[in-house]
Ligand binder design. Sequence first.
Ligand code: PLP
Length: 397
Amino acid sequence: MAGTVESQRIQHIPPYLFARIDKIKEEARRRGIDIIDLGIGDPDVGPPKAVIDTLVESARRGGTHHYSSYEGLPELRAAFADWFEKRYGIRLDPDREVLPLLGSKEGIGHIFLSLVNPGQEVLLPDPGYPVYAAGTVLAGGVPVFFPLREKNGFLPDIKELTLLVTQNTKMIWINYPSNPTAAVSDLENLQKVADFADHHGLILCHDAAYSEIVYNGNRSASILQTRGGKEKGIEFHSLSKTFCMPGWRVGFAAGNAAIIEALARVKTNLDSGIFLPIQEAAVTALCECEESVKEICALFESRCSRFVSGLREIGWNIPMPQATFYIWAPIPAGSSSMEFCAHILEKTGIVCTPGVGFGKHGEGFIRMSMTMPEDRLEEALDRFQGLKMKWGKEEVE
Ligand SMILES: Cc1ncc(COP(=O)(O)O)c(C=O)c1O
């Protein structure tokens, strides 16, 4: 083989953060360490029973094992449009404004190929979900990161955005409820970003994967509720978190018909749709499982609350997340998030995600996912309590 194996396209893409963390975990397991994995956001509770029943019945029924239609069952698109209208009060056209995805990550990864020309810039949140930057680079675009700062409640600062936007900027991404910061944006703040996008002629993309995991009785907002939102934006939804179905790979894009069509054109050339029993089960989830969503949300809220108060007892002052199942914890000053996570893994066997993995403005934080059963979370708290560490921002021993 002559020359390098990699294409130039992938040379600027680091290995996926969680694939790297998986390797570190494996190594620790080999050394006999009992790992408690708070690294990845992979819900441990399964989907509602009715969803599993539909999947099993559909798989047994037969006739459901063929390739499915590229753009998903009409019943599935209709179920999502109905769910969306009930949830946000916005009516979507199920044929033109809704597109089922093989998990929202698939649509998020592909949309850059649909919309971004080589050399065009894309405004991305830092810290943020790593797939936005990878998708941008794979399409030949240029990621331009805007900081999400604690002092602004991890919301974009429009003044800073104005300094970063150029004639060459094609789109802007936001993600609320936010991974990793667990911040929520109300409609007023979404409107500010939508107005900014409008003013500069940018496509607005909103990743709403955690839309239903919001605490304190609050509800998250959609960019399609902003003035003119449906004309200029697209939003990504996921069943992975809402219904605890991460392995099933089902999600949706919703919004501007021309953008949806462009995404569908790439998708239909690259994949062949979602397994039919999964589509039927997703209809059950969207139409029949509202109560289960409330229970799932309450479960994560109580875990977050217990874990945060347990850590506060040892002097680690962590804010209670507003949403998602992540705790975004400031680390003691003077340590890097990578070193801090390595130290915790070494001393306690607990896997956390270093904030810097989500971008340079994630430095100074680590992320802990509450997707472990209660007894393991209690065990993690005990292990943290056993650590001889000064938790204040001032110093680490
Ligand atoms: C912010 C964010 N968006 C999207 C996704 C992708 O979710 P899925 O592809 O399972 O729908 C994730 C998964 O962790 C996420 O954290």
